[in-house]
Design a protein around this ligand. Sequence first.
Ligand code: FE
Length: 335
Amino acid sequence: MRFISLLIASTVFSTSVLANEVNVYSAREEQLIKPLLNAFSKDTGIKVNLVTSDDDPLLERLKREGTNSKADVLIMADAGRLARAVQYGVLQPIQSPRLQQVIPAYLRDPAKRWFGLTSRARVIFYAKGRVNPNEIKSYEDLTAAKWKGRICVRSSNSIYNQSLVASMIAHQGEAQASQWVKGLVQNFARPPSGGDRDQIKGLAAGECDIALGNTYYYAQMLFGGDSSQKAAATKAGLIWPNQSTTGTHINISGAGITTSAPNKANAIKLLEYMTLDDAQRWYSTVNGEYPVTNKALTSAQLQSWGNFKADTLNLGELGKYNQTAVKLMDQAGWR
Ligand code: FE
């Protein structure tokens, strides 16, 4: 009898609740988020409505929709863009003891408006056989005259490059960062074009001897199914920059909850779900990213590259210095 009344109560409850759902705006490729969202729905019974687009159009859409937006969660692939979302006023601070506890402080907004969910390093790649990796210990070393005409890097439009320069401004000040940008541009092998993978391909093709790129692109080339990409990546070795100084520059993919969020409680549940061990391990294995919660969840493939010291500058600083970074890159002729 007691069982039956409980059953009735729970049925009444579930039909009286409005749609049990959460709306996600995501700048990640669909295949890099959908399996996780499906697992979340299966485990919680919360339906996920996913809108996928590029970072900037998604941010503009959210800004335009304002308080009428149906979006609950915003997922971006860079801390610089999460900072932009904060500037647009589209994210709200949230209280989640779990997120505060499992995500290291430097990978989340001190004001609790966004949280890093996966991390990646921006590293230096060298052409095996043409460069002695011991000759390069830091990003700063790349401005030496001997690397003239030998460096491949994508355009200054890339938020990844903007964030790297912003981190240098935060550490060294604008004047010194400006010198570095100028020195780097003088050593370019070719006008910047393409993405991070194209820089590694350029290195493999002999167009340059050094390339800058994010670790997950290298992982996907090395460990993914494409044999020509694998062949190119195999010709590149990885250097962890700034191990005896500030640490290697780190960035995140991360998420925040919108100011308008109609399903805030579900949105918090989803962010917390993405910090569970299974989710963190999945990202490391499938996308070649580093877990934010626990190094032990790193895929065996990434672990084969060894440990490294990460720059623990709070990633909120990247947004703070983004405009100055863009200015320095413009002034130096980094197109
Ligand atoms: Fe990327």
